[in-house]
Design a protein around this ligand. Structure first.
Ligand code: FES
Ligand code: FE
Length: 458
């Protein structure tokens, strides 16, 4: 059994190394289900997937399947997708609309607020003595909506979602807002792509949090030119970008340093599709005016533990759902502006799927890396080695304008992977929320390694 003390040996943040057991060990995996997926805030879906009363969408929280519903009176709820009678998988569709979920096994039925509604033979078989109020579906106790995104935690004492997200919200806004800067304008295109890959789930969030060095493995896609204007993978500015992260929260991403909305100039994009190019040109011009003076945080990132997103090219969310120490179920959501013309949505849909998902050229490269790294790390001798995260170690600096944020001053750094793994270890130790949210100090805790100010003693 993995103990709290074992966890401390697994992740060495000051030294920048991590035991491979973190990525391949079955006992580590079992502890993650308890200490991470039963406690952390997890991304469940988006309001646009359940817009009408009695809409539902079946999602996951770690290994648990969950039904996300909008009740008849418009509330959002989430329940374990497991009948309270004998555990049958209650809802066998991915999404839809219904007033009741009827279990396929013995036909107990549940309303969209999770209450047990009907029991066959309630009078003659149960003599009206079954207390239906006690046998509703297991409810996700902590549920919160941020800019249309829906999050849940199995821990009733979880801190408010906005505290958990911290400053990372500013980056998430980029994916969730309208392109022209109006808030909360995303729509999930119908059809979440889902597939399984034989890799450990942690390879995905620690990739999207800021592994820029791996772009060498996307060389073939760069050469094919799937980008919106027929060149490279994307039409975008890369100079001046860095990695940003929150060592106290475990989130991070890549973005542009110190850019204000009015200063940021996006290169012309979607040149092959004039209507789409004009849509983005106009939206960006409006954004510059609407958000004048604000930071420009374009980029991609990861919210601890397993939700990652890209803000635009492609504008997607990916969730790495663990299904075993060596297997992951990935769910890709594609986002567009809710009020974009159909022609724009259609071009984006095709571009996104050529880039991401199981048939996306770029995603395939990542999946190959993650699955081969898992396989080559789990054999008896391989699993005894450690991974190296020393790129940029000790060169991170506080980012003065954003509380709690540190940045590497360069795009290539493994700062953010270490930030994520530091958070992973804190959860795996079984810390209280007071400790996890840094409301109390932990004796002996080593701060995240930062660069020494010039002139300071080493
Ligand atoms: Fe659902 Fe029996 S398991 S009604
Ligand atoms: Fe990649």
């Amino acid at each position: 059994m993995i103990t709290k003390e074992d966890v401390r040996d697994l992740v060495d943040v000051p030294g920048g190394t991590v035991s491979r057991k973190v990525f391949v060990d079955e006992e580590v995996y079992a502890r993650e289900q308890e200490h991470i997926f039963r406690r952390a805030w997890l991304f469940l879906g988006h309001e646009s997937q359940i817009p009408a009363p009695n809409d539902y969408y079946v999602t996951r929280m770690g290994e648990d399947e969950v039904i996300l519903t909008r009740t008849g009176d418009g509330r959002i709820c989430a329940f374990l997708n497991s009948c309270t009678h004998r555990g049958m998988k209650l809802c066998r569709y991915d999404q839809g609309n219904t007033r009741v979920f009827t279990c396929p096994y013995h036909a107990w039925s549940f309303a969209t607020d999770g209450c047990l509604h009907g029991v066959p033979g309630f009078a003659e078989r149960y003599h009206e003595q079954l207390d239906k109020s006690q046998w509703g579906l297991a409810r996700v106790p902590s549920l919160s909506v941020y800019a249309g995104s829906i999050w849940g935690s199995w821990d009733p004492d979880a801190p408010p979602l906005e505290d958990y997200l911290g400053g990372m919200r500013m980056w998430l806004d980029f994916a969730l807002d309208y392109r022209d800067g109006r808030p909360n304008g995303a729509l999930v295109l119908a059809g979440v792509q889902k597939w399984r890959t034989r890799c450990n789930w942690k390879f995905a969030p620690t990739n999207f949090i800021g592994d820029v060095a791996h772009v060498v493995s996307h060389r073939s896609v760069d050469m094919v030119g799937i980008g919106p204007s027929g060149q490279g993978r994307r039409d975008r500015k890369v100079e001046g970008a860095s990695v940003f992260g929150w060592p106290d929260l475990g989130h991070g991403g890549t973005g542009w340093v110190g850019a204000r909305e009015e200063d940021y100039v996006q290169p012309p994009s979607f040149g092959q599709f004039p209507a789409v190019a004009e849509y983005f040109r106009k939206a960006r011009a409006e954004r510059r005016e609407r958000r004048r003076g604000e930071f420009h945080f374009q980029g991609k990132g990861t919210i601890f533990p397993n939700m990652s997103f890209h803000e635009e090219q492609p504008r997607t969310v990916i969730v790495a759902h663990p299904v075993g120490a060596h297997e992951t179920e990935f769910w890709r959501y594609y986002l567009v502006d809710r009020d974009a013309p159909d022609e724009v949505k259609d071009v984006l849909r095709r571009y996104f799927m050529s880039y991401s998902g199981p048939a996306g050229l770029t995603e395939q490269d990542d999946l190959e890396n993650w699955s081969a790294a898992t396989t080559a790390s789990r054999s008896p001798v391989a699993r005894l080695q450690r991974f190296n995260y020393q790129m940029g170690l000790g060169h991170s600096m506080p980012y003065a304008d954003v509380p709690g944020c540190v940045w590497a001053g360069q795009l290539h750094s493994e700062q953010n992977q270490l930030i994520w793994l530091k958070r992973w270890a804190e959860f795996m130790e079984g810390r209280s929320w007071d400790e996890l949210m840094h409301r109390v100090a932990i004796p002996g805790d080593v701060p995240f390694p930062l660069a020494q100010p010039v002139g300071a003693p080493a």
